[in-house]
Design a protein around this ligand. Sequence first.
Ligand SMILES: [Zn+2]
Length: 177
Amino acid sequence: MHCPFCRHADSRVVDSRTSDDGASIRRRRQCPECNRRFTTIETASLSVVKRSGVTEPFSREKIVNGVRKACQGRPVNEDDLAVLAQRVEETIRASGSAELDAYEIGLAILGPLRELDEVAYLRFASVYQAFDSLEDFESAITSLRVEREERESAARAEGPDGAAPAEDVREEPAPHA
Ligand SMILES: [Zn+2]
């Protein structure tokens, strides 16, 4: 790493620490020539190939901005969006591929968004999957319904009378009138 002050060709690492989320490492470096110190930040590169063919670094902020529009007027806050973007990044990193196209990013968004808010999911999916008819919406809604019914019947099967071990469920105390 060249010294940014005197362009000396070498530098010495004097300290390095990993960021809280483990996604980057900051290193303090010192130039042996002019003795000035500077910081470098190291992250594993994860890039997105846009539809135009341009490659840009993956950014959680871009995910949040892309999803925020679909969440307008829905009970979704900034923390929910931050968690969603983190899940998307984890999914992408777990795929083991360092370069993804916009379609794969969209695919990684759909799952967590569906869990977050079904209406926002439908809005996002309609743009991303280019719904162009009522039938497209109908089939997306049908599959949401089927999944919801499956979840609910699974929850019933795991209820106190079911075969699965019952969890320690306590009744909520009635609110004071
Ligand atoms: Zn220097």
